[in-house]
Ligand binder design. Sequence first.
Ligand code: UDX
Length: 449
Amino acid sequence: MEMNQKSNRVVFMLYPFQGHINPMLQLATILHSRGFSITLVHPQFNSPNPSNHPEFTFIPISDNFSESKVSTGDIISIVSALNKNCEAPFKQCIEQLLKEDDHHDQISCIVYDGLMFFAQSVADHFKLPGISVRTSPAATILVYEVFPRLHEQGYISLLDLMSQDQAPDIESLRLKELAAVMREKTTDGIVELRAALTDSLKKSSAIIVNTMNFLEQEAVKIIQEMFPASSIFTTGPFHKLAPSISSSLLKEDTNCISWLNRQSPKSVIYVSFGSMASIDEKELLEMAWGLADSEQPFLWVIRPGMVRDSKGMELLTKSFEERIGERGCIVEWAPQKEVLKHEAVGGFWTHCGWNSILESICEGVPMLCRPFFGDQNLNVRFVCDVWNVGLELESGKIKKAIRKLMVDREGEEMRKRAKDLKQKVDMSLKEGGSSYNSLNDLAEKILSF
Ligand code: UDX
C-alpha cells in the first residue's frame, strides 16, 4: 500500500487503566506495522513503560489525578475527572506537535480511547479527524449510551424496546435478557457522561471496536445507522493482530508457565479478576476453599490490592497451603495471554472484562463467570446465553461450578463450542476475513484524511 508521506503520524490518547492500555497499545502496534508513525499521549497516572516500545513516541501530560480517586472505585467520577483535567494539557500538546510537524510526518488523525471523549473536541478544534476506540463490545454503545439516552429524551420506552415486535433487529442480542443491566440506577453524573460520550461518537470520523463482525453484526448495523457520519471498523481481536507486545503495568510472573508445563492437558482452571475488580476477605477465603475442594489444579492471580483492606495472599492459612500442595500456583500477575494459550489450561474463572473474554475465546477456553461492574454485566450474558461457552457462578457453589466446567459433560460441550468460536475468530483474521478486511479499510480510511 502506498503511504501518503504527508500525513503519516497517528496520535493516540490513552485512558490510563490496564484493560484499556492493552488494547490501545495493540492497536498502535497494528497501525505501526502498516507504516504509520505513532505518538502516544497519556496521563502521568499509570504511565506505560516507554522502554517496552522504542518504536513509539510517548508524551505524558499532567492529569491532576491521584491514587485516592481510583481507590473510590467510582468510575463515573474517574472518567469525568480525567476528561476535565486532561483537555487543556492535551490541547497544548497537539498545538506543540503541529508546530513541530515536518512535511513527511504530519498528524493525520487523533485516535482516542472512547472514555477520553475530550480528545474529540481537541481534534475538532484543530480540524483534525478524530477516531473513537471502544475497548468493550459494540453492544455497550447501544446498551449504555444510545438506548438509555433515547429513553431519557422521551423518544423510546425501555419496555417497548425490550418487546420483540418493537425491536426485531436486536432480538438476537438477547437485549430482553439485558433489562436488568439497562435499568441500572441513573444519576446526573451518568446522564452527563452518556451525553458527552454519544456526542463525541457523533462527531468522530470513525469508530473502531475491539470486536469481530460475526460476534456483533446487528449491534454494529444499528450503531452505523445511529452515527451515519462515522465509519465503524470491527478490527478485533487486536491482540491477535499484534501478538508479541506486552503492556503490563505489573511485572508478569513467568514461573507459572513452568508450573503449567508440569500439569496434564486441559486440567488447570486459571483464575483472574483483571486489573480493577476487588473482593473482600470472605470472598477470598470462599474462593480458596472452593478451589481446594474442587480437586482441580489451579493457577490463581491475587493481584496486590485485590482484596479490600487486607494483605491478600497472606490470608491464606498453612492448612490451606498443606491441603493444595503442588496442585495450586498463586501469582500476583500472570502473562495471561500465554497462560490461556497453554495446553494445560482447560477453563478460566473470570470477572468478564472484555479483554479477558476475547483472550479466552481466541484460545477456545470455556469460562466460569463472576462479573463485578459495568460492561462485565453485559459480557457475561454473551458468554453464558448467546455463545454458551461459560456458566455463571452461583454464590456458595464454587466446587460444583468448577467440576461442571472442568470435568462434567456440560463443560465438555462448552469447550467444544468455545473451539468452534476460536475457529471463527481464526477465519475472520485470515486473508479475506472480516477483521482482516476491516483493518485494510481502516488503513485506507486514515490515509484518506
Ligand atoms: C477494564 C474493565 O473492568 C473491563 O470490564 C473492560 O472491558 C476493560 O477495562 P479489566 O478489569 O482490567 O479492564 O479487565 P480486562 O478487560 O479483562 O483486562 C485485563 C487485561 O490484563 C487483559 O488484557 C489481561 O490479559 C491482562 N492481565 C490480567 C494480565 O496480563 N495478567 C493478569 O494476571 C491479569
